[in-house]
Ligand binder design. Sequence first.
Ligand SMILES: [Zn+2]
Length: 113
Amino acid sequence: MHEMSLAMSVIDIVENAARAGNFRRVSTVWLEIGQLSAVEPEAMRFCFAAAARGTLADGAALQIIEINGRGLCFNCGETVPLAALYDPCPTCGGYPVQATGGTEMRVKELEVE
Ligand SMILES: [Zn+2]
C-alpha cells in the first residue's frame, strides 16, 4: 500500500508548515487527490490517521478534495475529461490523451490552532 509512504510525506509537509508558522496543533488538513494520481482516498484516510499519531496532526480531520482527471487529446486537440490514464479520448475515441490535470496529490490548506 503506497498510501502509507504518501501519508507520511503529507505529515512531513504539515509538520514543516506548522514549524514555520509556529502552530501548536493542526486540526484539519485539506488534501487534493487527483483522479489520475493512483491514490485511493479511503486508503489515504486510513494511513493518514496512523501516520499522524504522535505528531502535530494527531487526531486532525482529513478533508479530501477529489480532482477530476483532464487530458489533451493529440488526435482532435480537445481538452477532455479523463477517468483513467491511457483511456481513449471520450470525444473522438483517439489516442493518445496526455493527462493535464488530476494527476497530483497536494496539501491545499491547513486549519491550525
Ligand atoms: Zn480526441
